[in-house]
Write a protein that binds this ligand. Structure first.
Ligand code: AMP
Length: 214
């Protein structure tokens, strides 16, 4: 099954994607993760992308479209994939449609995770990510992570540079302007499913699971 997770920054796309990988073994395709890795490794892609990421702006469409097209052709995408954070614009969505057609694949479901803006801001500014294993936590809902140590692997918990209040506000504006129109785009294509993402991750996942198994 091929799924796209749609939702604002902080909606829980990464968390739900990780649960889907655990439960079903799908390939996880996160453009944010690919770009952050490139920035950390100081590759030409990373050097070009850093200024957009730090400002909370979108990296140019052509750059991310190229990345995803290549990633979709890797062998692990055969067993089904989860797109997380892509597409984020109508141009990207159109390009994805064409790429999938060429590869004789299709999106089976676009799951929109709907979360109120106040909840998103709290989640994003409290979000911490393990520098070692990439697991995601929140210092507000998981006070045991307040010591900066990853409960999963003992690594150091870091705040993403783009999770500061100013950048978060811009990322949410960019989402409303550029990405939210994809809700209507995929509704018109008949593949949109919606889940209430204001709840704990486990409750959201039981709805996501029902969609996958439905
Ligand atoms: P994310 O981890 O998905 O929130 O992505 C972090 C940042 O990476 C975004 O704020 C953008 O700067 C960049 N990015 C990730 N995915 C895309 C995309 N599909 N199109 C453009 N920029 C992206």
């Amino acid at each position: 099954m091929n799924i796209m997770l749609l939702g604002a920054p902080g909606a829980g796309k990464g968390t739900q994607a990780a649960k889907l990988v655990d439960a079903y073994g799908f390939a996880h395709i996160s453009t944010g993760d690919i770009l952050r890795k490139a920035v950390a490794n100081q590759t030409p892609l990373g050097l070009a992308a850093k200024k957009y990421i730090d400002a909370g702006e979108l990296v140019p469409d052509m750059v991310v479209i190229g990345l995803v097209k290549a990633r979709l052709q890797e062998p692990d995408a055969e067993k089904g994939f989860i797109l997380d954070g892509f597409p984020r614009t109508v141009i990207q969505a159109d390009a994805l449609g064409r790429a999938l057609q060429e590869l004789h694949k299709k999106l089976d479901a676009v799951i929109s995770i709907d979360v109120d803006k106040g909840v998103l801001i709290k989640r994003l500014t409290g979000r911490r990510m393990c520098a070692q294993c990439g697991a995601i936590f929140n210092v507000v809902s998981q006070p045991e992570t307040g010591n900066g140590v990853c409960p999963a692997c003992g690594g150091s918990l870091m705040q993403r540079d783009d999770d500061t209040v100013t950048t978060v506000t811009n990322r949410l504006d960019v989402y409303e302007r550029s990405t939210a129109p994809l809700i209507a785009y995929y509704r018109d294509k008949g593949v949109l499913r919606r889940v209430d993402g204001n709840r704990p991750a486990e409750s959201v996942f039981s709805d996501v699971r029902a969609i996958v198994e439905g």
